[in-house]
Design a protein around this ligand. Structure first.
Ligand SMILES: [Zn+2]
Length: 213
């Protein structure tokens, strides 16, 4: 086990993997913004984590369970992976193909410790999480539009950026690049073809084309 973690979820995931591999269970004895304690009800297993303002550090640990093995049902109930756990595991697969089906992700998640049976809606949620981890949250990205518009207009006073939204949701945007407008007005030959397509599964699908003149 590492000594430092970027987030409490990362530390929790590692504790979970250790217990899954040992076929044992743990419970969270304490959890707040500064401290977290994972313990076992039936033995001395213990992991104590502390947040120093930058990252989580393991300050005390006893990683060996000496307790008897619990039933399969008990383990299933207590050791289920969260969509975030699954997302971390399938991150590179989703980065390579954001449209990968939940069915395929269920197959991939079988390679996680304990070979978990993931439900379809959990795989779907895990894919959304992984897309967010790999490419950023589309809603948060949308909020960056006004700042981007300002910077585009500052960079070249002929740049035109318009963004339409409907009830707070992105509708469409129009971008005319300054050099294209000048070339058009002065009849200077300029060929430019560019375009991209958002390949997010879900709410942000669609093509984007830039202006040509
Ligand atoms: Zn134990």
């Amino acid at each position: 086990m590492n000594t430092t973690y970027e987030s409490k979820e990362d530390l929790t995931y590692e504790v979970k993997v250790i217990c899954v591999n040992a076929r044992r269970i743990y419970f969270v004895q304490k959890s707040n913004h500064h401290d977290v304690i994972y313990a076992c009800n039936n033995c001395e297993f213990l992991v104590v984590g502390h947040f120093n303002g930058e990252f989580w550090t393991v300050v005390e640990s006893n990683l060996t369970h000496t307790c008897p093995e619990p039933t399969v049902e008990e383990r299933k109930k207590n050791m289920a992976y969260t969509p975030r756990d699954i997302a971390k595991f399938i991150l590179e697969q989703v980065r390579a193909d954001p449209e990968v089906t939940p069915k395929l992700l269920i197959q991939s998640a079988k390679k996680m410790p304990g070979e978990p049976d993931i439900q379809y809606h959990h795989a779907q949620r895990a894919r959304e999480k992984a897309i967010e981890m790999a490419f950023g949250d589309p809603i948060v990205t949308f909020r960056l539009f006004p700042g981007w518009k300002t910077r585009m207009e500052e960079a070249d006073c002929d740049n035109v950026v318009e963004v339409d939204s409907y009830q707070g949701r992105y509708e469409r945007s129009f971008v005319a690049v300054g050099c294209h407008r000048r070339a058009f007005n002065k009849h200077v030959p300029l060929v430019n073809v560019d375009g991209t397509r958002c390949r997010y599964g879900g709410e942000c699908n669609g093509p984007t084309s830039s202006s040509c003149s």
